[in-house]
Design a protein around this ligand. Structure first.
Ligand SMILES: O=C(O)Cc1cc(O)ccc1O
Ligand SMILES: [Fe+2]
Length: 497
């Protein structure tokens, strides 16, 4: 609750409000928030009122049952019957009223940014990205030596759909070694979900300031201006961007009222502003995957009070020392599908089909009996992009390092590497309860099929030998009669040919 001039610093512990999807309010000066109406003729302290909308004006206020575009077709001879089916549309009205010293519109025209940023894509097509069903993996990208801020260090790995058509997603990674200077970033294309893997991010937004460390995540919704400072040194991480919808907590179904990420794990900033002139301040706007700049003579972080449910927020769900996320899992047999560990989901209008799920694989007990405990071999109609924050990953004994990434696209086979398979089988049924510790992997999972961008395909960090991790999987088929075979299975150790 303080004001500062343009050179913001974060030498203090930050204050937060708690919850997700709430209607929050905050004022850095008592009395700055208008009471009883949003747009008084004259706002307290002579502030300007400005609204930012995260959904269309007419989106339903809350979860809404309604008739939807027909999607079931029955074919009868000569007649095509269209059957309307009611679906649950998950669209929550979201907006925020900002009370600021000068309105956002007070800037010179947007112009294409020079030099152009060649590594960003928000509409995936044959001219800017490639289709590939092969398993892809990247080693951790090194932090550059040249001075690089959060914007210059951003590059798109893959994605699908279009920011223009408001349906799709993009996955980016970033490496940065210097704070943004006299500039703010604004993403007009979609929401950013940032997963820092190395170094903390100190993010100033129009709603206030957030500190985000590895083990935490931050969501910067479409349209908010923000600046990233790195007072603690270089940073590297992953970003999921979603077009046309927002993230929410998943339904818990039979789990009940508690478990996974709790609403109180989510933190929203308190109002914080800076006043005074900032000559040559630059707004960098990502619009259709291209960057544009506009000059203004003041900081965009001039919001003295605000209220609404469209806000930047962070979650400290899986810090190194303390995992707030409450995982659920199998307690008797077999391996649960990863959806059991969904932290946040961006739904489509098909029930249960996510534009993007954010799933984590936290430390936990493995207790399943007579079970192959690592992830099963599988082909998924959804696409899986994985990253590793720290430690190792239970399906990969080698080659998947913190800061690295993998992409297993729609129906691309994948699963444990040879070493993991052999080690698991060697343990047999003797494995008692076992705690996987020192690990935090995550997955962005999407129903859309991504195209892969040149940066990722041509990257020197591409692991061209990834496929080798499965090539050594041997046949263990015994060729014995059913009876002999089942005796062997009870022993828990298949015979090697
Ligand atoms: O492929 C992966 O490693 C991710 C994953 C983990 C898991 O526990 C089950 C299924 C799945 O796709
Ligand atoms: Fe998988």
């Amino acid at each position: 609750m303080e004001s500062k001039d343009c050179s913001s610093n974060f030498a203090c512990a930050l204050e937060y409000q708690t919850g997700i999807g709430n209607h929050f309010s905050s004022e850095a000066i008592v009395g700055a928030l208008p009471q009883g109406q949003n747009s008084p003729l004259i706002c307290p302290f002579g502030l300007y009122a400005e609204q930012i909308s995260g959904t269309s004006f007419t989106s339903p206020r809350k979860l809404n049952q309604r008739r939807h575009v027909p999607f079931t077709y029955f074919f009868c001879p000569k007649i095509l019957l269209l059957v309307c089916v009611g679906v649950v549309l998950v669209s929550i009205f979201s907006k925020n009223w900002l009370y600021r010293i000068k309105p956002s519109v007070t800037h010179e025209p947007f112009r294409p940014r020079i030099p152009r940023h060649e590594m960003l894509v928000s509409e995936f097509n044959q001219s800017n990205s490639s289709a590939t069903p092969t398993q892809l993996r990247w080693k951790p990208v090194e932090i550059p030596e040249a001075p690089t801020d959060f914007i210059d260090g951003l590059y798109t790995i893959c994605g699908a759909g279009s920011s223009y058509l408001r349906h799709g997603f993009a996955i980016h990674m970033y490496t940065a070694n210097k704070s943004m200077e006299n500039s703010a970033f604004c993403n007009a294309d979609g929401d950013f979900l940032i997963v820092p893997q190395k170094g903390s991010l100190w993010i100033t937004t129009e709603c206030g300031r957030l500190q985000v460390c590895p083990g935490e995540i931050v969501i910067l919704p479409q349209g908010f201006r923000f600046a990233v400072d790195l007072p603690d040194g270089p940073s590297r991480g992953y970003i999921a961007e979603i077009f046309g919808t927002h993230l929410q907590l998943p339904d818990l179904g039979p789990i009940g009222a508690n478990g996974l990420a709790a609403p109180r794990d989510f933190l929203v900033p308190v109002a914080w502003y800076e006043d005074g002139s900032c000559p040559g301040y630059t707004i960098v706007q990502k619009y259709g995957g291209e960057l544009f700049t506009a000059k203004q003579d003041f900081s965009p972080f001039n919001v003295v009070a605000w209220h609404g449910n469209y806000v930047p927020y962070k979650a400290g769900i899986f810090s190194y020392d303390l995992s707030k996320f409450c995982p659920y899992n199998t307690v008797l047999m077999d391996h649960s599908d990863p959806s059991i560990n969904t932290v946040l989901t961006a739904p489509t209008d098909k029930p249960g089909v996510a534009l993007l799920d954010f799933v984590i694989f936290p430390p936990r007990w493995l207790v399943a009996e007579h079970t192959f405990r690592p992830p099963y071999y599988h082909r998924n109609c959804m696409t899986e992009f994985m990253g590793l924050i720290y430690g190792g990953y239970e399906a990969k004994a080698d080659g998947f390092h913190p800061g690295g990434a993998s992409l297993h696209s729609c129906m691309t086979p994948h699963g444990p590497d040879t070493k993991t398979y052999e080690a698991t089988i060697a343990l047999g049924n003797e494995a008692g309860p076992h705690r996987i510790a020192d690990t935090m992997a995550f997955m962005f999972e999407s129903c859309l099929i991504p195209r892969v961008c040149p940066w990722a395909l041509e990257s020197p960090f591409m692991d061209h030998d990834y496929y080798q991790c499965w090539i050594g999987l041997k046949s263990h088929f015994s060729g014995l009669s059913i009876n002999e075979d089942s005796r062997d299975l009870q022993n828990g150790k298949p015979i090697e040919r």
